[in-house]
Design a protein. Structure first.
Length: 154
């Protein structure tokens, strides 16, 4: 339970950073060029993706390892009861790929300020995340396919 409290505090810290960025941007929004505004939007999307990832991990791991949440069934999110450890890993991997994509897009939008060798490493790391997520998805598909095969054969 203390770990979940720590994740809740991290979620609160991300919310503070999100609104700090919004309030920092609003007064100068008319003076900003399009690329700068897009970079701010990407930073906000990045924060939202990480916050969503934290929420997903908190809820699903709590239900998996601690116990069912006492939330009324009509208020319960559809995905809440359907996430097992395997599907959670896939969702985390997909979120990491999305976050990496945003960082890579930000790097490409600041192309003139980033050295080519650093940009190459960004691409290599991103592709590593993509390949890892794909392999995890394939392994999950194969393991689910094997468990769904009827006992008598085909």
């Amino acid at each position: 339970a203390p770990i979940y409290l720590g994740l809740s505090l991290m979620l609160f810290a991300l919310a503070i950073k999100f609104f700090q960025e919004v309030f920092h941007t609003l007064p100068r929004i008319l003076a900003m060029d399009e690329i700068e505004l897009i970079l701010v939007a990407l930073a906000l999307i990045d924060i939202v993706l990480i916050a969503g990832l934290i929420i997903m991990v908190m809820y699903s791991s709590y239900e998996t390892f601690v116990g069912k949440l006492s939330v009324a069934e009509h208020k319960r999110s559809a995905w809440l009861g359907k996430l097992d450890a395997s599907s959670l890993k896939l969702k985390v991997a997909a979120a990491i790929v999305a976050i990496s994509s945003i960082h890579l897009l930000k790097a490409f939008m600041n192309l003139e300020t980033i050295p080519n060798d650093k940009l190459l490493w960004y691409v290599v790391v991103h592709l590593t995340f993509v390949v890892s997520a794909l392999l995890m998805g394939i392994m999950d598909y194969i393991s689910n396919k094997d468990t769904k095969t009827p006992a008598g054969g085909l």
